[in-house]
Design a protein around this ligand. Structure first.
Ligand code: NDP
Ligand code: OXD
Length: 322
């Protein structure tokens, strides 16, 4: 496969790798291998001066393409990210947009991050320290069946995270737009279901996409529904939470902690109050990184389906934004 400029040949698919150029080093071999295993003659280029020859675009935010107009033959834009809020509103994007759904990579990673951070707060791991003078915090933590955990968003990632928590015995509730039926999870849906999902929750996990309907969803009124000393975990998107309401609820002692993986502005600006807040943990947008090996297999599978005339999987709905 060529890694430089495009060189159109018949019967060979041409894909443009339109993620940040620094990512190419870790994607070149997995993509090459995945297309070879899928039986495709595919050429993947990292730049093109002939956009009209590109069959598919592999996309990530901060990559080189922001104007999709010249890609007249492109059958789909394949996002390496699950969250698409930064591309879905691009007015030049008329091609179908497929987002990353990768049970092997993203879903597994998110289930691990969510489980780890829920257990940190559930067990009070930060307090379970034996001091040199022989003292320790004598509080014995509750067991999981006595802990109410709510997951907002029961899609690809939320459903897997909720299932992992339910398997550990937590009392799990969830919320989505449409009705869902998940083993071990009390499912709520729609605008009316949100307060039922939040009321009395002790740990809340945000796995919603950022859309016009979810922006600032977690405001002062909704935070007030949570149990006293509740904890918020946000691996979803920064804009889901009203930052000021969050800080006010922490300062008032209503919330015990917030662990935030995503922010309105990334990287989190140095002057942002989250940095210094004693009850906020910031993590560097690592809850579920896209793993090149499995992501490349998903990309090749999607192209194989499309080339066989099947509908594209995991298409983004432009009207809802996810
Ligand atoms: P999905 O699209 O599969 O799931 C989204 C869920 O949110 C669905 O259950 C959906 O409901 C629900 N939802 C959306 N809008 C509303 C609404 N207005 N009211 C109620 N429920 C709503 O997305 P994923 O699970 O794949 O990903 C979720 C988000 O996780 C991504 O958008 C991204 O922002 C974030 N993410 C973060 C990562 C990180 O490393 N921090 C990594 C990957 C993703 P319904 O089921 O009814 O459609
Ligand atoms: C994603 C992310 O959306 O990493 O995939 O946040």
């Amino acid at each position: 496969m060529s890694t430089s400029r495009d060189d159109p040949m018949t019967d060979t698919l041409t894909l443009l790798f339109a993620a940040p150029p620094a990512d190419w080093a870790e994607y070149e071999a997995p993509l090459t291998d995945a297309f070879a295993r899928a039986g495709f003659a595919a050429r993947i280029v990292t730049a093109t001066d002939r956009p009209e020859t590109i069959d598919y675009i592999i996309y990530a935010p901060s990559g080189p393409v922001s104007d999709f107009t010249p890609f007249t033959r492109t059958r789909a834009v394949l996002s390496l990210w699950a969250g698409v809020e930064r591309i879905v509103t691009n007015p030049t994007l008329t091609q179908p947009l497929v987002r990353m759904v990768d049970p092997e990579g993203l879903s597994q990673g998110m289930a691990e991050w969510v489980t780890g951070h829920v257990l940190r707060h559930h067990l009070g791991i930060d307090r379970q320290i034996l001091h040199q003078d022989g003292t320790w915090d004598p509080v014995v933590p509750k067991l999981a069946p006595d802990r109410a955990v709510t997951v907002l968003g029961l899609g690809e990632l939320g459903a897997v995270a909720a299932a992992a928590l339910a398997r550990l015995g937590f009392r799990v509730s969830g919320w989505s737009r449409h009705p869902r039926d998940l083993d071990g999870v009390t499912c709520h849906h729609g605008p009316d279901g949100l307060s039922r999902a939040l009321r009395g929750a002790e740990i809340v996990v945000l796995l919603l996409p950022l859309t016009p309907a979810t922006e600032n969803l977690i405001d002062a009124g909704r935070l007030a529904l949570l149990a006293r000393d509740a904890v918020i975990l946000n691996p979803g998107r920064g804009g889901l939470i009203d930052d000021h309401a969050l800080i006010a609820a922490l300062d008032a002692g209503h919330l015990a902690h917030a662990t935030l993986d995503v922010f309105r502005t990334e990287p989190l600006p140095p002057e942002h109050p989250f940095w210094a807040h004693p009850r906020i943990t910031v993590t560097p947008h690592v809850a579920a990184a896209t793993r090149p090996g499995s992501a490349a297999r998903r990309i090749a599978e999607t192209v194989a389906l499309a080339e066989a005339g099947h509908p594209l999987p995991h298409l983004v709905d432009r009207t809802t934004g996810y």
